[in-house]
Design a protein around this ligand. Structure first.
Ligand code: COA
Length: 300
């Protein structure tokens, strides 16, 4: 007897369990981020996993169908990122479920994240407030010797491990929270340039392999001109290859510089926060230092 299969098949919804992200093979995490079109390599997952904590959603046979992470700094702040649910699960409540598990672990902390368009509604429903747009600028870098080359206020030098404490202090003044362990880990994976006046570090920019090429960030400086001056040598190093910078700057010399060097705006995400706003988002804040580029959308 020949059975003709029907044209459709109803699959029951299945149950999921929560797991620690720590024990999961990197290639399974990589497959999850590929399923939503993210550029992360297995190495990029390894870096974020070393930098924070998180959960995965697993189905009955151990497939990874979702993830959510947090990156704690000090005792009262964390960023949230790598929030993904597999396309076949989306809009069924798995994102909410994962975020609520994260919330249980960050009680008492102010939170910040960078929300994709797909995630905005989820975060709004969890009480996050919109702060600022992030411009994801990327492309094939073109070294531009003329732009921003004049009037550099100091010496540009390659950073070494001895500059880490000064970079941590500048980052903390700009970001509003001290991220010592993260900056130290970023140094280990990055090339860095700093703007020095004498022996004092006044601005810095790191650049590391990420996704399709390299990412420049964080970039911390007092002025657009200083930020351009410390990003320029990275652009020269990476000229002709894929480079990315995530920035809150929507106009001014730094934003114009990014399009001159071949990194137009590719996409935007929205920085959102839950709890206290950080000083760099408060108009007239005390600091003169600004985070010109994020470490990454995930890390802030
Ligand atoms: C963003 C993402 C994690 C959301 O996960 P999810 O499993 O779909 O989330 P949920 O099902 O829990 O939905 C949460 C809320 O968003 C709403 N929602 C989700 N997708 C929606 C859609 N496409 N259109 C309208 N509303 C949507 C849900 O109705 C729910 O709203 P409610 O709380 O008011 O009921 C998922 O879409 C995803 O992985 N996208 C790709 C990767 C990404 O952008 N990650 C975010 C990084 S910041």
């Amino acid at each position: 007897m020949e059975l003709k299969p029907s044209g459709s098949l109803k699959i029951d919804t299945f149950s999921m369990r929560i797991g620690d992200i720590e024990g999961v093979e990197l290639d399974r995490l990589h497959a999850l981020s590929l399923s939503v079109g993210w550029p992360h390599r297995a190495e990029d997952w390894q870096f974020v996993r070393q930098s924070g904590q998180g959960f995965v959603a697993l189905d009955e046979i151990g497939r990874v169908l979702g993830s959510a992470m947090w990156f704690a700094h000090g005792t009262d702040f964390a960023t949230v990122g790598m929030v993904i649910t597999s396309p076949r699960l989306q809009t069924l409540g798995a994102g909410q479920w994962l975020m609520k598990r994260v919330f249980e672990n960050v009680v008492g902390r102010d939170l910040r994240l960078n929300a994709t368009r797909a995630a905005r509604r989820l975060y709004l429903s969890l009480g996050f407030q919109p702060e600022k747009t992030v411009f994801q600028c990327q492309g094939i870098a073109r070294a531009q010797t003329s732009v921003g080359a004049a009037g550099i206020r100091g010496d540009i030098r390659r950073l070494s491990p001895s500059d880490i404490p000064a970079a941590i202090a500048l980052d903390a003044a700009a970001f509003g929270v001290r991220r010592a362990a993260l900056i130290e880990r970023l140094f280990a994976h990055s090339a860095g340039y700093g703007l020095f006046k004498g022996d004092t570090l006044n601005a810095f920019a790191l650049c590391r392999p990420f996704g399709r090429g390299h990412v420049v960030g964080p970039v911390v400086a007092e002025t657009d001109a200083d930020a351009v001056a410390i990003v320029r040598p990275h652009v020269a190093d990476r000229s002709g290859s894929f480079l990315r910078i995530d920035t809150h700057m929507d106009n001014g010399e730094f934003a114009a510089f990014l399009s001159h060097i071949g990194l137009p705006v590719y996409d935007t995400v929205l920085t959102m926060s839950l709890g206290r706003r950080l000083p760099d988002f408060v108009i007239g804040g005390a600091t003169t230092l600004t985070t010109y580029a994020l470490a990454s959308q995930t890390l802030g």
